[in-house]
Ligand binder design. Sequence first.
Ligand code: ADP
Ligand code: ADP
Ligand code: ZN
Length: 218
Amino acid sequence: MNARHIILVGAPGAGKGTQATVLSDVLGIPHVSSGDLFRDNLKRETPLGLQAKGYMEKGELVPDDVTVAMVRDRLSQPDCNEKGAILDGFPRTVEQARSLENVLEQDGKNIDTVVYFQVSEQELIERLTGRRICRNCQAVYHTLFNPPKTDGQCDVCGGELYQRSDDRPETVQNRLQVYFEQTMPLIDFYKEKNLLQSVDGQQDIETVRSALLDVIKA
Ligand code: ADP
Ligand code: ADP
Ligand code: ZN
């Protein structure tokens, strides 16, 4: 089968990462999260991580050229080259979307489907402020909506759960603002290209999952 590129678009907290993990397992396509790539670079204190740090802490977007170069590099690795990618959190600006088109086009590849997760602002705030992440494997939990079996501990690997510093209420507001201003225009961009599918992201995790599998015809 040819490489498939599926893009998940939605606000911070919409459930992209949660669903991307499932989709990646079901389809056998690598999950590529730009946020995870940045956090991994930050942890390893690479030049890229240090460059991104200030933006991430404030909830601003990292500049397009830096972000595109990082994702392009990930997509050129053998697993993505062969299978494609479930893109989560990228693109986030129209500029990034145009760059992605060029990157794929150069390899004779294209975008399969863009799925837009619709979730109300109130729900986003509750999801972000209760989110917990595994320090070891990046699995995503929620203190109320998707709690781990043992408090503070990852079900998958036993790793320690933590709260991202940008999930504190002060930064969450700014991230949502940035999303409305800089990422929302992507919805029309992909609608005009007839690539957009919408999913009601407000439903519970299982229901969103089956709606998602329906629209991408897994
Ligand atoms: P969320 O899952 O809550 O949407 P992410 O983990 O995707 O958040 O992103 C965390 C931070 O990493 C963002 O606030 C931003 O600083 C940076 N980032 C991630 N993806 C991108 C992108 N495509 N363009 C620019 N910055 C990005
Ligand atoms: P994103 O990657 O879009 O920022 P996440 O997948 O990290 O979003 O989800 C944000 C938070 O909301 C996490 O704590 C996650 O456990 C929780 N969550 C995800 N999907 C749902 C859902 N359908 N209902 C309730 N909570 C959810
Ligand atoms: Zn874990």
